[in-house]
Design a protein around this ligand. Sequence first.
Ligand code: PLP
Length: 364
Amino acid sequence: MKKQAVQRLLSLAPYQPGRPIDEVKRELGLRSVIKLASNESPFGPSPRVLKAIEKAALDVNRYPDGGCFYLRQEVSKQLSVKAGQLVFGNGSDELIILALRSFVNPGDEILVSDPSFMVYSIGGKAVGAKVRVVPMKDFHHDLKALAAAVTENTKIIFLDNPGNPAGTYITDQALRDFLTKIPSRVVVFLDEAYYEYACLQKDYPCSLSWISQYPNVIVARTFSKIYALAGLRVGYAIASEEVADILNRVREPFNVNSLAQAAAVAALKDQAYYRKRAKDFKEQRQWLADECVKLGVRIIPGVTNFVLIDLQGAASPVAQELLKKGVIVRDMTAWGLKNFIRVTIGTDAENQRFVKTFKTVLKK
Ligand SMILES: Cc1ncc(COP(=O)(O)O)c(C=O)c1O
């Protein structure tokens, strides 16, 4: 192995996995622990999805369908896009990696906002990209600065819309204006992991309809959030047929497992169930944000299933105290946001427990 390549990889900060809830319970001697740290759904998948998983489990001796035939058909029908415009991945994380592997050579540049989803930088560094970071402006993507930062070496601009951890979103008009400024040779990767929450906003972009005009756009979505399938790992990208063809060439042949495919098809067919969930989350987010404001902290107004909270003081001791009381939230210090925690919206009972515990911890 080339020494330089190994050194580059050793300079990557490895992803720090959270500990299993049962381990936290055992260590801290707690009977009940709630996890509001990873922007998952607190609810299980719909009953129809569970049935589909049970049925598919009988066939796990077989390799999965490498072409995701039924899932492709369903997504293509629901989004009115061609089957050839779709690429499926082991979570939308994999689509980020596939785009980097396809379009970035060592020494090329990628542009990311700070803060934004960490996989862009980690994946970018892994392929030898120079990761150029553009600070957000008041927790919104600074589209003007991003457009100005494009050089002849820029290969991909990653935009999480809405952003994680900010939770804010780019409006339809702002994104259109941005795309007109970006050269067509630069891929614009629109990460819409929280689409199903954000699309309740009237001015959230309908980015799919622009792919014919801007074939440099890749839109990525996931079944990990509203569809509550984070543990099965399935996401997809929509792109021009040419771009989708490239991404499909570099992926592993059986990258989406058979349970995930069956579950995702069933989830898509159960839209009424998930639409209702998205509305409930919106109400719960507002409730949790209002309660936090009453406690004297600042909320970044977002449109996702989490809330970014500015404690205006060190976050780590607060996150630690919450943990001791059985409430796991994300301490944002690793993102460079040492005064912030990110709290995922849970069930009604979990949200109430968070607010009650948060109040006690803040009083201390
Ligand atoms: C902005 C963003 N993109 C992508 C992902 C990855 O999701 P998946 O579970 O589909 O890999 C996440 C997960 O938290 C996210 O927040």
